[in-house]
Design a protein around this ligand. Structure first.
Ligand code: ATP
Ligand code: MG
Ligand code: MG
Length: 554
């Protein structure tokens, strides 16, 4: 059932608006508004930052419309002011644009508060809603027992008056609410008189302090879809059992009915996506805010070095299906798209994470000190850079061993190595400090070495180096599928390893935030926005995007 293009998905979803029992009259009005075009919406609730699951939802909604000559609304589903704020609204707008989408219009559920209120009065007049005075717990109990509320048969006049009083602020929070009058014996619990309005004495980030009653998702969403003439209301599978009440309400109000189609939520291995969990990690400072490079929020991914095209190509690849909300996609698939693009676009350089200092004892004898290295080894026509040799060079601690070990390719007292693109060197002396730690390794450049070498090491000349901070990010969780209640137990204590004493070539000095490189033999890196700040003593900060190859240990 998977489909990755908007065209084929539309075949699956259907496009005949008569299928949802719209009258000719409603269809005529609808067509006048849309010109017969496909209309979708992306409806985030501004209660957190957008994540890669939302990227999937956007990809679906925006491409289905665009590939069929239609358009898409960005609609803030902002009916619950308790958890929503302007920071989240701004973040959502930014992420939608960053991922390359241009909404037909940006709307807010709260723009319709007056209309929604008048429609609620209409619903009451049609005897299809009533003011409920039972508590939340009592409502739940009656739902379970399929019992009518004692307030269910209030007269239309009484309900209109009480609803007016709700709006005027004459009740306290939770004292009463407005419920749709559907069917308390219905087999679908969501049809057992869902709540339409609740009282909240909280100002609204968009609507200000005009209201103390706020409509629920169940009441609002379908009406918004209808008023915006959405042709295809695409949502995730957890809303499947709310489709009946969606249609019930539109029918009760004689409003135009869109086609509703549900698809699977995206879950990725080794991470969590639900906003509730992300919020907890942010609040508890387990991560460095919503933008932490370990989070798969859109801004976290951006800071991690992901580009919109990497994310969108991943979304194209996974497509949409109705396989279920419990399916997990391997995060390695997302990394694959990062790697493909980085291999193509990220110039090569060398970076040393844990430096060991070498001294080339016969440095003066070396002829070739300006060493040319390709920016892209597989395509030399794309240019080169010069690595200037100096008497002292850094190699990585991982590439040096004081004793020879079988299978080790690095520098040892017995093993020669090549400083990649440059000279071959042989160890001549290990110099130690008073504590016996290696302080300096003296090596000799060899000109006439004939045997095959094992190690071609990355290196940086001390004289042409600069200090850098390197953040080695790994998965945030050690468990592949994080679904448990005690999910925080599976946090990876080593999800960030910081290399504070790294060395990189000085020619990277003018790099800009978000520039990406391959540190040959190590990984792909991106320049972090905290580069050159006091927090890091003015140093450049590099974030590891992905490793060069998919790691085997999992
Ligand atoms: P969360 O549980 O993370 O709060 P949500 O569904 O409440 O998610 P919204 O901001 O209300 O998040 O969602 C906006 C749109 O994005 C909805 O249509 C929703 O179905 C979709 N969406 C959210 N998370 C995912 C996901 N993981 N995969 C696919 N679509 C998603
Ligand atoms: Mg939601
Ligand atoms: Mg939510």
């Amino acid at each position: 059932q998977a489909a990755s293009t908007g065209k084929s998905i539309l075949e699956l979803v259907g496009r005949d608006l008569k299928s949802t029992q719209n009258s000719e009259e409603l269809l005529k009005k609808h067509r006048e508004a849309t010109g017969g075009r496909i209309v979708t919406r992306f409806p985030p609730e501004p209660n957190g930052y957008l994540h890669i699951g939302h990227a999937k939802a956007m990809r679906f909604n925006f491409t289905v419309a665009a590939e069929n000559g239609g358009y898409t609304y960005l609609r803030f589903d902002d009916t619950n002011p308790v958890k929503e704020n302007q920071e989240f609204i701004d973040n959502i707008k930014y992420c939608v644009e960053w991922l390359g989408y241009t909404p037909h219009d940006i709307t807010y559920a709260s723009n319709y508060f007056e209309e929604l209120y008048q429609l609620a009065r209409e619903l009451i007049k049609r005897d299809k809603a009533y003011v409920e005075h039972c508590s939340k717990a009592q409502i739940n109990e009656m739902r379970q027992k399929k019992q009518d509320s004692p307030y269910r048969n209030r007269t239309v006049e009484e309900n209109l008056k009480l609803f007016e009083h709700m709006r005027q602020g004459r009740f306290i929070e939770n004292e009463c609410c407005l419920r749709m009058k559907i069917d308390m014996t219905h087999e679908n619990p969501n049809m057992r008189d869902p709540v339409a309005y609740r009282i909240r004495y909280v100002p609204h980030p968009h609507a200000g302090s005009d209201w103390c009653i706020y409509p629920t998702y169940d009441y609002t969403h379908c009406i918004n879809d209808s008023l915006e003439n959405i042709t295809h209301s695409l949502c995730t599978l957890e809303f499947e059992n709310r489709r009946e009440s969606y249609y019930w309400l539109l029918e009760a109000l004689d409003l135009y009915r869109p086609i509703v189609w549900e698809y699977s939520r995206l879950n990725l291995t080794y991470t969590v996506l639900s906003k509730r969990k992300l919020e907890k990690l942010v609040k508890d400072k387990v991560v460095d805010g919503w933008e932490d490079p370990r989070l798969l929020t859109i801004l976290g991914l951006k800071r991690r070095g992901y580009t919109p095209s990497m994310i969108n190509e991943f979304c194209n690849e996974i497509g949409v299906s109705r396989n279920g909300n419990d399916n997990f996609t391997q995060v390695s698939l997302l990394e694959y798209f990062a790697r493909v693009e980085l291999d193509r676009e990220a110039p090569r350089t060398f970076g040393v994470l844990d430096p060991v200092l070498l001294e080339i004892v016969n440095y003066d004898e070396i002829q070739q000190k300006d060493i040319e290295a390709p920016l892209f080894p597989t395509d030399k026509s794309r240019g080169s850079q010069i690595y200037k040799l100096s008497k002292h060079v850094y190699i990585d601690r991982d590439d040096f061993s004081e004793t020879h070990v079988k299978g080790f390719f690095g520098l040892t007292p017995e093993q020669l190595v090549c400083l990649k693109y440059g000279p071959i060197v042989k160890l001549v002396e290990i110099v130690r400090n008073a504590n016996g730690e290696v302080q300096l390794v003296k090596v000799q450049a060899i000109h006439d070495h004939k045997e095959k070498l094992k190690g071609y090491l990355h290196w940086v000349s001390q004289e042409h180096s600069m200090d850098a901070v390197v953040n080695l990010y790994s998965y945030l969780f050690i468990k592949e599928r994080v679904v448990e209640d005690d999910w925080e137990k599976y946090l990876n204590p080593d999800s960030l390893v910081v290399k504070n004493n790294a060395k990189v070539w000085k020619n990277l000095e003018n790099s800009q935030v978000h520039d990406r490189f391959q540190f040959e033999r190590l990984a792909y890196f991106v320049i972090d926005k905290e580069s050159r700040t006091d927090k890091h003593n003015g140093k450049l900060v590099f974030n590891r995007v992905v490793e060069l190859k998919e790691s085997k240990e999992k």
